[in-house]
Design a protein around this ligand. Structure first.
Ligand code: MN
Length: 128
């Protein structure tokens, strides 16, 4: 079974960029466009990894992450936080909220598949 990746992003153009970067790699790609939808889809689909925009309608990406980290079964899903502003302290805030990695926009589409693959590989080892 291909690994499932949930992409959480409210900007359609950014969503398209991430989809196009990951599509050639054979993953099952799921999409959510706000924080509530991200929580619902994570619970129903149990993705293997989440790419989480921080600035989202309804519930922020950091708050989604905090909530997931408190839920049994969702405390160890790898989460890559993505933020547009890249302000000092963003990385620390993302890690503090429970994210495992942090990328700033514009997303480097050549770098992203490698980051995703490395995190999935680490996660498989942790499960053994
Ligand atoms: Mn956003």
């Amino acid at each position: 079974m291909p690994e499932k990746i949930l992409i959480v992003e409210d900007n359609p153009q950014n969503m398209k960029v991430v989809m196009m970067a990951l599509r050639p790699h054979g993953y099952t790609l799921l999409q959510a466009t706000d924080g509530e939808e991200a929580l619902e889809i994570t619970v129903s689909e149990k993705p293997d990894l989440i790419i989480m925009d921080v600035q989202l309608p309804k519930v922020s990406g950091l708050e989604v992450t905090r909530r997931l980290r408190q839920m049994p079964g969702f405390s160890h899903i790898p989460i890559i936080a993505v933020t547009a502003y890249a302000m000092k302290g963003d990385r620390e805030k993302a890690i503090e909220a429970g994210c495992d990695a942090y990328l700033s926009k514009p997303i480097n589409t050549r770098e992203l598949p490698g980051v995703v693959a490395a995190m999935l590989s680490q996660q498989r080892k942790n499960k053994l």
